[in-house]
Design a protein around this ligand. Structure first.
Ligand code: FAD
Length: 463
């Protein structure tokens, strides 16, 4: 047997100094030769842990074997049986915590680069032209409405339309895609890829209506009069704030607003797009997740001379993906660790001028298993800033629960569902993704969309 390389086949990418001057995607992806080389590192375990580690149970060794045989078309077909968005998941899934974590090669060396291979197949398919459609199913005569066009809604819609149901999708924003378009920046996930997937969905027969805020234009009860079932995939778009003095000063954004202006409203293309955004020289982002990394890296691309992450724990506890932390470090983002804002101080016309932080130390682990940050009394310090972005989390928007009083909600405003079926407390209404779990991941939202689609199918067929 040929000797297996201990490390992943490297993926070429834009050099850091160059990429912070543009918004283009950072990694270039594998060539067919690189993909085959990497695929050959897989030792084809008898009991592959990688499938177990994948929330949607993709036949990972199956598609990897097809890559080694250069059967890329068959590889994509196999991949898409379980995952309708492989070009997206290959780019943004936390593989190091999922499939790659369970790869046996990872015990001693680097695991197989499963995410990069998934991305390769999806990109290869796109290069061949329009994706082939599956045969049209016989119509069931049932009508289903999907509320929210993020990964949960897209997956549920795709599965349901392929079962022969008529599927309508209502999206509040002027563009579909959810966080994939308004949150995750272009340099991590080119929007063209998201629109390609949406286009595929429409070719499958899903009717998409944008600028439709459900709860305002129509209630869930009104939808239930028109449709056989409702799926809620409305995400978690309500930002949390620190609730410290000075947080209302000018120049302080929620991560949602900052990224929406930069991405969806294309502020980075000024003056072609006139969206205003404050371009500070010193930008502080508060938080340690993927959202915070995206904000800090966006700030550099908008011209910040210093982009600082303020995080209350240490690097080891950061929830962001390793790759995002690594890319942020390479690009020059400064990590102000074990620090937490205690107040913001303003200058002329109430513009933010300084952030006052308190130093923290790590105490005993909390419910999340991570060591709890404990403030060090009197250890306050100030840093000059002219923009601050708060990226400490989100919860579901309360609009639908508020206008649907008989739907049960949880402690964080999430819609309560049975995770095995996606059923809510209201008959005929199903939900999944961030609206049910709170802010999580793309693949978990897709998994929830799939689960709900299965039980919606059973529900409408037995109605
Ligand atoms: P969303 O993607 O939020 O989509 C919900 C959709 O519903 C939105 O389009 C919204 O406009 C619409 N909607 C809301 N209310 C209504 C209404 N009343 N009527 C009609 N439509 C409505 N996950 C990863 O796996 N990897 C990453 O690298 C990663 N990075 C992230 C970076 C950022 C900046 C953010 C914010 C999140 C990131 N995530 C990442 C998390 C991931 O994007 C989410 O978990 C995922 O998008 C959730 O999918 P969803 O379909 O449940 O909701």
């Amino acid at each position: 047997m040929a000797k297996v390389s201990p490390v992943k086949t490297p993926m070429r990418e834009q050099p850091a100094a160059e990429r912070i001057r543009n918004n283009d995607e950072v990694p270039f992806g594998y060539s067919p030769q690189e993909a085959v080389l990497e695929a050959k590192r897989c030792i084809m375990c008898k009991n592959p842990g990688c499938i177990e580690g994948c929330p949607v149970e993709i036949d990972i060794p199956g598609f990897i074997r097809l890559i080694t045989e250069k059967k890329f078309k068959e590889g994509v077909t196999l991949l898409k049986e379980k995952n309708i968005l492989p070009a997206i998941c290959g780019r943004v899934c936390p593989q190091e915590e999922q499939c790659e974590k369970k790869c046996v090669l990872g015990v001693k060396n680097e695991p197989v680069a499963i995410g990069r291979l998934e991305r390769f197949l999806a990109d290869w398919e796109a290069e061949q032209g329009e994706a082939e459609l599956p045969p049209k199913p016989a119509p069931t005569g049932k009508k289903i409405v999907i509320v929210g066009a993020g990964p949960a809604g897209i997956t549920a819609a795709a599965d349901l339309v392929r079962l022969g149901h008529k599927v309508d999708m209502f999206e509040a924003l002027h563009q579909p895609g959810g966080v994939l378009v308004y949150g995750i920046p272009e340099f991590r996930l080119p929007k063209e890829i998201v629109f390609r997937e949406i286009n595929y969905l429409e070719r499958l027969g899903v009717k998409l209506y944008t600028n439709q805020v459900i709860g305002m234009i129509k209630s869930i009860d009104e939808l239930l009069n028109e449709y056989d079932a409702v799926f809620l995939g409305t995400g978690a778009g309500l930002p949390w704030f620190l609730e410290v003095p000075g947080e209302n000063l000018n120049g302080i954004y929620s991560a949602n607003e900052y990224l929406t202006r930069a991405n969806l409203m294309k502020a980075y293309l000024f003056p072609k797009y006139k969206t205003p955004i404050v371009r500070g020289k010193r930008v502080a982002t508060v938080g340690g997740g993927n959202v915070a990394m995206d904000c800090a890296r966006t700030a550099l691309r908008l011209g910040a001379e210093k982009s600082i992450i303020i995080y209350r724990r240490s690097l080891g506890e950061m929830p962001a993906r390793n790759e995002e932390i690594h890319h942020a470090e390479e690009e020059g983002v400064i990590f102000q660790l074990l620090s937490n804002p205690a107040a913001f101080h303003g200058g002329e016309n109430n513009w933010v001028k300084e952030v006052e932080c308190i130093r923290m130390k790590l105490g005993e682990p909390d419910d999340s298993g991570r060591r709890r940050p404990v403030p060090i009394p009197g250890a306050n310090f100030r840093m000059p800033v002219d923009v601050a972005v708060i990226a400490i989390g989100n919860s579901p928007n309360p609009l639908i629960p508020n206008t649907t009083p008989d739907i049960e909600t949880g402690k964080w405003g999430n819609i309560v569902t049975d995770p095995e079926t996606g059923k809510t407390s209201k008959p005929g209404v199903f939900a999944g993704g961030d609206v049910a779990t709170g802010a999580a991941t793309v693949i978990l939202a897709m998994g929830a969309g799939k689960t709900a689609a299965r039980s919606i199918h059973q529900y409408v067929m037995n109605k």
